[in-house]
Ligand binder design. Structure first.
Ligand code: ZN
Length: 449
């Protein structure tokens, strides 16, 4: 039998049950709240708006990057496109007080609208799309899709677009016209086969923009740019004999954004905080993080530095603060798949509801080392949550995430962690119903240490 939780640890279900009401700040409604968060966040722009709304309710206030900042105690956040950096300065924090950072990403693989979107053939109206990130393309077939994202008006203002009803569909070819599909596998050409239909009629230039204008209540001629994408309109749901699983979209990685937001809000209620807790949720992780809102951009470093300077520090205090800082980079990992167990490392089989996972790769696809393991283990111990180790099968390429980028770019000690899911990068993923809350509890214990 493969090892799962660290040796000597008790049954995670029992531990979870014991702690259901033991943790202040992260309540038992966490999982239901996660499902609302997923639903309200079909695009990265929505995800940061959802996080900002929760933070504002908890007393955090938005600061503009173009305005001067003060160093007073309290919660603040910066929004930039699909990224959010939020932090809480406790009373008595000094310029060199180190940070404790939860890192995550807001984006998920999907279908995104091309610059000239109106297309079609043979009496069908279609929308031209690009493939964003490493989507499991087959999971986007025969699914009722809505449209979301943002538009930018001529005056430079941004507006969220939310069409959360069945609007589009990428229809799969009938089996009668593709007789070998079940034996030879489905072959999809990204250019020819992934174009959604959204009605009948001829191709009309400007059709989609006019539709979006009507849906958002603005004049079509005011729309100067758009960042629009498809999402599954099927809501997240509990699944399983005992409802012990959750099926839903974008759990990679909104589970971490949601848990990190809850953990930061909970940490901000504490009296004594030796660190400045931070949530850093970036866009563009799914295609390498290289953008002004991605983890490989300067956003996090600039915010941390300005915060040091706002508290009266200079280069010396900035260096001291970052030297004492630790980042838990939270993202999803692979739970052991019952039908493909041979693809997983036989001694490391993370399972749903076994608690958060520590992700290790000695070739630095993950930033975790032994020192990081100790930080994570201590946080889980304080929270009373079980945890598991993940490492790839030596013959399988290992994925990566924002952890190594954050470590290399800012010189911050970083630990890659997350929760174990199935169907990663599917339009609808699957995870244990207890894990999101166990993750939030561990993140809270880390931020509030
Ligand atoms: Zn991810």
């Amino acid at each position: 039998m493969a090892a799962t939780a660290a040796p000597g640890r008790a049954d995670p279900r029992r531990i979870y049950a014991e702690h259901m009401s033991a943790q202040p700040g992260i309540d038992r409604g966490h999982t239901d709240d996660l499902m609302s968060f997923l639903r309200a966040s079909p695009s990265p722009y929505h995800a940061v708006a959802s996080a900002a709304e929760r933070l504002e309710k908890a007393g955090f206030r938005r600061v503009e990057e173009t305005a001067p900042w003060d160093g007073a105690a309290g919660g603040r956040f910066v929004l930039r496109g699909g990224a959010i950096i939020a932090w809480y300065v406790p009373e008595g924090a000094e310029a060199a007080t180190p940070y404790r950072i939860v890192g995550a990403h807001t984006d998920s693989p999907n279908l995104r609208v091309k610059p000239i979107p109106d297309t079609g053939a043979h009496g069908w109206r279609q929308i031209a799309v690009e493939i964003y990130g490493g989507a499991l393309l087959n999971t986007w077939l025969d699914r009722d899709l809505g449209l979301s994202g943002r538009i930018t008006l001529r005056d430079g203002s941004h507006h969220l677009v939310t069409v959360d009803r069945p609007l589009m569909r990428v229809p799969q070819l009938a089996v009668h016209l593709d007789r070998s599909v079940n034996t030879d596998g489905l072959k999809l050409d990204k250019q020819r086969h992934m174009t959604p239909v959204w009605g009948l009629g001829g191709v009309e230039e400007g059709d989609l923009v006019r539709f979006v204008a009507e849906e958002t209540g603005v004049a079509a001629e005011e729309i100067a740019g758009w960042d629009l994408m498809a999402h599954s309109v099927e809501p997240p749901a509990h699944l399983g004999r005992d409802r012990e699983l959750i099926a839903g979209p974008r759990m990679d990685n909104l589970v971490s954004v949601h848990a990190g937001t809850a953990a930061l809000i909970a940490a901000a209620t504490q009296q004594e905080l030796p660190y400045i807790p931070v949530l850093a949720a970036f866009d563009h992780e799914e295609n390498g993080s290289q953008s002004d809102t991605g983890a490989d951009g300067p956003l996090l470093g600039t915010v941390l530095e300005r915060s040091v300077f706002a508290r009266g520090g200079a280069y010396e205090e900035r260096a001291r603060a970052l030297a004492g800082t630790v980042c838990l980079s939270s993202d999803t990992g692979h739970a052991v798949h019952p039908n493909y167990a041979e693809r997983h490392e036989p001694g490391h089989h993370p399972r749903p509801n076994g608690g958060p996972i520590l992700k290790v790769n000695v070739n630095q696809r993950y930033a975790t080392d032994g020192a990081g393991r100790a930080v994570f283990a201590a946080a889980c111990e304080r929270a009373g949550v079980p945890w598991q180790s993940f490492v790839s099968h030596n013959s399988m390429p290992c994925g990566t995430t924002i952890g190594p980028i954050t470590a290399a770019r800012h010189g911050i000690a970083t630990v890659d962690i997350g929760i174990a899911i199935l169907s990663m990068h599917s339009a609808r993923e699957l995870c244990g119903a207890q894990d999101p809350r166990l993750l939030a509890m561990a993140l809270h214990a880390f931020l509030g240490a």
